[in-house]
Design a binder for this molecule. Structure first.
Ligand code: UDP
Length: 319
């Protein structure tokens, strides 16, 4: 199998590339290194089945060339992270909407299967939990920058559905729930790498809001396995799947756990959202996936516990 991974030098992308190579695929990566890093793929440089291009997915000619003859495109190239999206709203919208349009357009020329990486963010602050793929979504006003990411990802999904329904383009959509693990950076806002780094450096742990908001953290290894299984399954075509874990933890408990595991003397600071992000910032209180659909199709079950995830992230930052 020949695969193209957009955003392959990113956190999830680089793990996916390793998973594909392990399954015997030939893999080519395109990444502009805006939020990804060459360090994430440097160890793969001499692998015979691996190639990379440092360029933007916004260049249609480059994308058409790279997509030529591949069997599947995993589309991960995107502006990610709540902090990054708020600070780079226009750039994020351009890459997340125009970039996906280009990927779908070049894929459609040879009807190449696309696996589109979407996000649990599309559910917004909906409060009927757990989130099922067919549930209503609830986003705040357009004036709050945070919601621009959810809006862009929803447009990406709708575009992919339109290509599938009208042009018979094979595609699968995955909605990832708080994926984490080694190589994820806290630079763009993600909480686990931030807390781990703060603890290891003895800096204050920055809890935003009251810390009672919850998330279900998912190991990148579980996400990669699920995505590769979905990509190989004919019945996944045209469908949307939640990919995550059902094990929920409050952010303040996460902070306590990381502090204990690192033996850190860091203090815990509570920072108001508007100071951390922007005036009027809105967060979701809880976010839990309904995993029935993916469980039924590929027998998916997350295998890596939160403790194991945290141990691997701590080891990564220590190294
Ligand atoms: N968060 C926090 N401190 C930080 C970074 C994030 O308390 O230094 C909170 C954030 O407000 C959110 C949760 O942790 O409630 C998860 O944030 P992340 O950006 O990792 O993911 P998302 O908000 O997309 O779920």
């Amino acid at each position: 199998m020949r695969a193209l991974v957009t955003g392959g030098a990113g956190f999830i992308g680089s793990h996916l590339v390793e998973g594909l190579l392990k399954r015997g695929a030939e893999v080519s990566v395109i990444d502009d290194l805006s939020t990804g890093s060459f360090d994430n793929i440097a160890h793969l440089e001499d692998h015979p089945g691996f190639q990379y291009t440092i360029d933007t997915i916004l260049d249609e000619e480059v994308m058409a060339r790279l997509a030529d003859g591949v069997d599947v495109i995993f589309h991960l190239a995107a502006a990610v992270g709540v902090k990054y999206v708020i600070e780079n709203m226009l750039k994020a919208l351009q890459i997340n909407i125009r970039g996906t349009e280009i990927v779908l357009d070049v894929a459609n020329r040879q009807k190449t299967k696309v696996v589109l990486f979407s996000s649990s963010e599309v559910y917004g602050k909906a409060n009927s939990l757990p989130f099922h793929e067919e549930h209503d979504r609830l986003l705040g006003p357009t004036t709050i920058n945070r919601w621009s990411y959810a809006a862009a990802k929803a447009i990406d999904e709708i575009l992919a559905l339109a290509y599938h329904r009208e042009k018979k383009l094979p595609m699968v959509i995955v909605r990832c729930f708080n994926t984490c693990g080694p190589r994820q950076t806290g630079q763009y806002g993600m909480v686990i790498p931030r807390f781990v780094k703060q603890c290891l450096l003895g800096n204050p742990i920055t809890i935003y809001g009251d810390g009672k908001q919850t998330r279900c953290f998912t190991a990148v290894a579980d996400v990669v396995r699920a995505v590769l299984d979905l990509a190989e399954h004919d019945a996944a075509v045209g469908e949307i799947f939640n990919v995550g874990s059902e094990s929920e933890i409050a952010i303040e408990d996460l902070a306590g756990k990381i502090k204990k595991m690192t033996g850190s003397s860091s203090t815990i600071d509570h920072i108001p959202y508007e100071k951390a992000y922007e005036q009027g910032f809105q967060d979701m209180r809880r976010r839990v996936p309904d995993l029935k659909k993916i469980r039924e199709l590929i027998k998916y079950r997350p295998e890596v516990s939160l403790d194991e995830i945290l141990e691997s992230v701590i080891r990564y930052f220590e190294a």
